[in-house]
Design a protein around this ligand. Structure first.
Ligand code: HEM
Length: 447
């Protein structure tokens, strides 16, 4: 039995941190080739982290959730999301908050958002002109921001909506490159010296967004929160087992969490799907055949169950992780995993990227092959784009629904093509990874 920190990378921690920020996937490739599917990195200021790409070990982690904390491992997100974010919570507080937040994102509730999502996608795509190029990621970000504003915040018109939209876009775009993302990882860069410094501007935008959200919450409280269909209404109406509602600060921080966790991730994944569908014209052809087989005016939820479309989305999520690893799991006491005995306070980082590229699970892993998901069923520790256990992504069902509905709405009405034939690479964007250049596309006609 080995104890703690297997296969330690020996380069200086500051060098490892720079590499992790600049190229987290290349970093993982290099060291997994050298050390195998469990190795330890040491990031300056963040300590030792054990990267895990072994499905058996990951299965053991997911099935022993109560032995780990994940929230305190996300402390880097606190300056953005706030202290009352689900992502930063552990134990009973996390369980309570998840119970309050879950219902709007699952079951029949989701179906009520389907029509709205299709309308939003149609509105954005209808602005494209034949022969004109556009950046797919930016277009998808417009769609996913609008989905969050309408479906989650319940805002689709009025002064507050008009103010919030550009503020949120500016705020999120503050970390749109590896260099600008550095301030999230290096606390010494987090100095509020006024709006002309990057962190100062970030904080200024945050204060403005908080002000508008607080005003919305107060207005709903004083006017009486009409039981609307949006997520905020449901969150305000939810009560825990002691009859307690969420506080204003909790509501505000959870809205921001959902915005950051749900909007860039979904936009980026849909942009990658467009990229692959238009690189692989055989995939596009098969997808269109499947869509056309449903006929015009079929209800949106029918699209959500199409098998080939589902496989295309699954393969996109396999190939393009939106975050480099899932959340850190910190051992609360010594834990045995895959033959290693990890001390208390060891941080384990299951890597969906390394697992999703294992040749023994995904032959020709570098190729986009949706068929693999039709032919094979993967276990939750072999395929986990949304993480697992008690921390599994809160919005996984909404994200997949949005992906499918945006793709079908646009592909069934418009002919698109890639505007450039050079390969598109992954690049850091804040805490997430996105296509560098955003995938430039062109509308070539209507269907
Ligand atoms: C394609 C889109 C998305 C991907 C790939 C994705 C991926 C993930 C991953 C990997 C985690 C960490 C899970 C773990 O460590 O086990 C996570 C957590 C989370 N996601 Fe997503 N996500 C997406 C969309 C969304 C959406 C649309 C929402 C909100 C509506 C959302 C809200 C959250 C929240 C709140 C958490 C924290 C859960 C917790 O701490 O209990 N995500 N997501």
């Amino acid at each position: 039995m080995l104890s703690q920190s297997p296969n330690r990378i020996t380069s200086p921690p500051w060098w490892q941190l720079m590499n992790w920020i600049a190229d987290p996937l290349g970093f993982q490739d290099r060291y997994s080739q050298k050390y195998g599917d469990i190795f330890t990195m040491r990031l300056s200021g963040l300590g030792s982290l054990v990267v895990i790409a072994n499905p058996q070990a990951i299965q053991e982690i997911f099935s022993q959730d109560s032995k780990f904390d994940a929230g305190r491992g996300n402390a880097l997100a606190e300056p953005l999301f706030g202290q009352n974010s689900l992502m930063l919570m552990d134990g009973d507080r996390h369980r309570r908050e998840r119970k309050l937040l879950m219902p709007p994102f699952h079951g029949e509730r989701l179906e009520t958002y389907a029509k709205q999502i299709c309308l939003i996608a149609e509105q954005v795509a209808s602005q494209w002109q034949v022969g004109q190029t556009f950046v797919a990621r930016t277009a998808m970000q417009k769609i996913s921001l609008e989905v969050i504003l309408q479906v989650v915040f319940g805002l689709s018109e009025g002064e507050r909506y008009r103010q919030l939209k550009p503020l949120l876009t500016d705020w999120i775009n503050m970390t749109d490159s590896p260099l600008r993302s550095s301030m999230l990882f290096m606390r010494f860069l987090q100095q509020d010296w006024g709006a002309w410094t990057p962190w100062g501007r970030m904080k200024q935008l945050q204060r403005q967004v908080h002000g508008l959200l607080q005003a919305e919450i107060e207005e709903r409280r004083t006017k009486g929160n009409k039981e609307g269909a949006d997520v905020l209404s449901l969150m305000m109406a939810a009560r825990d087992e002691h009859g307690q509602a969420m506080t204003d600060e909790e509501l505000r921080d959870e809205l921001i969490t959902i915005l950051f966790a749900g909007h860039e991730t979904t936009a980026t994944t849909i942009a990658w799907a467009f990229y692959q569908i238009h690189q692989r014209l055989d995939v596009r052809e098969k997808l269109l055949q499947e869509l056309d087989s449903l006929g015009a005016n079929s209800p949106p939820m029918k699209h959500a169950h199409l098998p080939y479309l589902t496989a295309v989305c699954q393969e996109t999520l396999r190939m393009y992780p939106v975050i480099p690893t899932i959340f850190p799991r910190i051992t609360k006491s010594p834990v045995k995993i895959a033959g290693y005995l990890f001390d208390a306070e060891t941080t384990l980082l299951p890597s969906m990227y390394l697992v999703h590229y294992r040749e023994d699970l995904y032959p020709k892993a570098q190729q986009f092959e949706p068929e693999r998901f039709l032919e094979h069923q993967y276990s939750p520790s072999e395929y986990f784009p949304f993480g697992g256990g008690s921390r599994r992504c809160l919005g996984y069902a909404l994200a997949q629904l949005e992906m499918k509905l945006v793709l079908t709405t646009i592909l069934s009405k418009y002919q698109l093509a890639l505007a450039e034939d050079k390969p598109v690479k992954l690049q850091r964007r804040g805490f997430t990874l996105a296509p560098s250049g955003g995938v430039r596309m062109m509308m070539t006609g209507k269907r």
